[in-house]
Design a protein around this ligand. Structure first.
Ligand code: ADP
Length: 239
């Protein structure tokens, strides 16, 4: 079975639907970008995938070893997070909480995992530094290392490059590509950057009132909705 199978899902608030007819699946090693206008329901879908919100109807099923608490989630950066007064090491370690269960002290397994993920993301030298003193790109690497502590299977990222400078944006995309290719970690990313989406992702879910699109990147680029969205947002330079 797929890691995520979404069948005829309707999402909304207080009895009013926001997204309807959601049908898609995500398999291990996929790289899915979720795109769509502001207010189309992307964050609502993220909440549903994390089981923070129930569908009004339809089913979201998880399989292939995945459970909702086994998804490594990288939330959108907020001002509060940017000012968080903890060390890099503490923040990365906190990603282990869900996976190993709550204990009064972190054990060796958690520390090893945090160290391994800091090394993987090239932030070992920042371990003792205070999170809020880091650059935006470094902060995202820390949050990515934290998310990796929570999962072996899947990263769910909400606008992970917003607010970063171009070099840090590229760095982030390269890191995600590496995790996807080398470690076969499934990537699901909400993104405003349609050009990056059609460059890096293999599948696209475009949420809009109707019709939605779900399929391969190649089919998206050829589809009416894909062509329209790519041209409105500045032409299909990666298409
Ligand atoms: P996106 O992430 O694509 O910008 P959202 O999922 O945040 O879209 O929002 C989709 C729609 O749901 C919007 O019309 C928004 O106003 C509405 N909405 C979001 N959160 C709530 C909430 N907690 N209660 C009621 N309506 C909400």
């Amino acid at each position: 079975m797929a890691q995520i199978l979404c069948e005829d899902v309707v999402l909304g608030y207080e009895g009013k639907a926001v997204v309807q007819n959601l049908n898609f699946e995500v398999n291990q090693g996929d790289y899915l970008c979720i795109v769509g206008e502001n207010g189309s329901g992307k964050s609502t879908l993220i909440k549903a995938l994390l089981r923070l919100k129930n569908p009004m109807s339809g089913m979201i099923r998880m399989g292939d070893g995945l459970e909702a608490d086994g998804i490594g989630y990288l939330p959108q950066q907020t001002i509060v997070q940017k000012d968080f007064p903890a060390s890099v090491q503490e923040i990365v370690l906190s990603g282990c909480l869900g996976r190993f269960g709550w204990r009064p002290f972190y054990g060796k397994a958690e520390k090893d995992m945090a160290e391994g993920n800091m090394e993987k993301l090239g932030i070992t030298h920042l371990a003792k530094r205070c999170y809020r003193e880091l650059s935006g790109g470094q902060q995202q690497r820390v949050l990515l290392a934290r998310a990796l502590c929570a999962t072996r299977y899947m990263l769910l990222l909400d606008e992970p490059v917003s607010g970063l400078d171009p070099a840090a944006v590229q760095e982030m995309y390269d890191l995600l590509e590496k995790l996807n290719h080398e470690d076969r970690i499934t990537i699901i990313m909400v993104s405003h950057d349609i050009h990056a989406a059609v460059t890096y992702a293999d599948h696209i879910l475009h949420i809009s009132e109707e019709p939605l699109f779900f399929g391969t990147k190649e089919d998206y680029i050829k589809s009416g909705i894909g062509r329209a969205y790519l041209s409105v947002t500045g032409g299909g330079r990666h298409a």
